[in-house]
Design a protein around this ligand. Structure first.
Ligand code: GLN
Length: 486
């Protein structure tokens, strides 16, 4: 039964549909595989096999009553910043170590309605701040392709679990690259939807004007299916869009002829690993062979993307994280010394170093006297970054870049140097600043055997177009059929 874990989500759904096995059988195979591989990887912060089997039973029962659907009975796992009712939700932080989610996030409610099976909660950088999962208060996750390497981050547990066959798909979140960069590091597909495409209700907020939940899967079709299930307007999230959700999986077979690709020259300069450059160039040449046109563009303000992000996102984080005061959630330290001491000690003990760094940065950027020079300037730059893309999309359909400048780095390699860590997201952050849909797609391996990812960025709400292009490439190559040897 162990080969079952390597089926794509769509294949597993088809075989459930044909009653080749039950969801309970499928879930049992997955649970055995998790138990065999998890000691090496540490993808899960909370593992809930009993709940998963109960979900699987319920799904089998629904099927026996005649229900069908691509997610009915499919085992999934969820980044631990998304609330699953009754299950511990930590955001990778000591401050929420014992927090039990009192309600389901909207994405979880939708997946439950679709009949999904929940295996547990996946490791991530604390409050989704990081690019390696090393900022988790509960220890890092390891890259299934090479256990000495990071899986990327912040959704590192979500990426590693999918790559390792521990689930058919996972949910991640992406504020500056946290779905796409770990997807690239682990050789899977990761989609950051347009800002507003997926409800953020029940997502633990990091930077609210950037945060989006999205699918992480082994194939493009699986991401399309999962996105269809979670996207759409939600009365609980005022920033969620009323734009109709497209049937992404049905629309995967769009012709490539006439597709216009744009390559920003800023993304192919120094600092780019040679094998990454070569792999991305090969993908672009393949698209050209299929009848797509390719031209070079400039995104002149992209050089400000990282500083802009680290002003605006940290400003939002500093106010979002003010709620962790020892009164309402999780950890409480020093109660006996009065309220102010309790606030201070709880936050000093509960937050890790990177979270504290960002709260301080953000508080500074927002403070009277510095607001205009930092936060306001950040907002203006954000507009300029968005306009660069608007200009590019007047004669291009998709902007193509590497997902990350290098393949997965070694554990510990960048922990002492936050700037080095921040540079991992140099190609992904602009799409968050501009609110655009973007995905990472596997496109080869470096000479260490580490996966390489290419990023496709689309116009607002044109997830269908980037998914279709990615699907066409994936069908013509066999990266999606290669799995790490654990
Ligand atoms: N790595 C980036 C950061 O540290 C992005 C994180 C994210 O997208 N959540 O903020």
């Amino acid at each position: 039964m162990s080969e079952l874990v390597w089926l794509s989500l769509a294949e597993a759904a088809g075989r459930l549909e044909r009653r080749e096995f039950s969801s309970v059988e499928l879930t049992e195979a997955v649970l055995r595989h998790i138990e065999a591989t998890e000691p090496k990887l540490h993808c899960f912060l909370t593992y809930t096999p009993e709940l998963a089997l109960a979900d699987a039973c319920a799904a089998d029962e629904r099927r026996s009553r005649g229900e069908t659907g691509p997610l009915l009975g499919i085992p999934l796992a969820i980044k631990d910043v998304i609330l699953v009712r009754g299950v511990r939700t930590t955001a990778g932080s000591k401050i929420l170590e014992n927090f039990i989610a009192p309600y389901d996030a909207t994405v979880i409610r939708r997946l439950r309605e679709a009949g999904a099976v929940f295996l547990g909660k996946l490791n991530c950088d604390e409050f989704a701040m990081g690019s390696s999962t090393e900022n988790s208060a509960f220890g890092p996750t390891r890259n299934p392709w090479n256990l000495d390497r990071v899986p990327g981050g912040s959704s590192g547990g979500s990426a590693a679990a999918v790559a390792a066959g521990q689930c058919f798909a996972s949910l991640g979140t992406d504020t500056g690259g946290s779905i796409r960069q770990p997807a690239a590091c682990c050789g899977i597909v990761g989609v950051k939807p347009t800002y507003g495409r997926v409800s953020r209700y029940g997502l633990i907020a990091y930077a609210s004007s950037f945060d989006q939940i999205g699918p992480m899967t082994r194939t493009v079709r699986d991401s399309a299916l999962l996105l269809e299930a979670i996207a759409g307007h939600d009365a609980h999230d005022a920033t969620s869009s009323a734009e109709p959700v497209r049937p992404y999986a049905w629309e995967l077979d769009q012709p490539l002829a006439g597709l216009r690709l744009a390559l920003p020259r800023e993304c192919f300069g120094e600092g780019l690993q040679n094998e990454v450059r070569t792999a991305v160039e090969r993908v672009v040449a393949w698209f050209q062979d299929q009848g797509a046109s390719v031209h070079e563009i400039s995104l002149p303000h992209s050089r400000y993307a990282i500083p802009t992000y680290y002003l605006v996102a940290t400003a939002e984080a500093s106010s979002n994280l003010a709620r962790y005061d020892g009164v309402r959630y999780g950890l409480r330290v020093g109660e006996e010394h009065g309220l102010l001491t309790m606030y201070g000690r709880t936050r000093a003990r509960g937050f890790g170093a990177e979270v504290k760094r960002r709260i301080m940065l953000g508080t500074y950027a927002l403070s009277a006297g510095y607001y205009d020079a930092y936060y306001l300037k950040g907002l203006k730059l954000r507009t300029l970054v968005r306009r660069d893309f608007e200009a590019a999309f007047t004669d291009a359909d998709i902007v193509v870049t590497p997902t990350a400048p290098t393949t997965a780095f070694r554990l510990g390699e960048r922990t002492a140097d936050p700037l080095q860590m921040y540079l991992s997201d140099i190609f992904t952050i602009s799409a968050n600043l501009a609110g655009l849909p973007a995905l990472s797609l596997p496109c080869g391996f470096d000479d260490q055997g580490l996966p390489i990812g290419i990023q496709l960025i689309g116009r607002p709400f044109e997830e269908d177009r980037i998914l279709a292009a990615a699907h066409a490439y994936e069908q013509a190559h066999d990266w999606a059929r290669q799995h790490p040897n654990l």
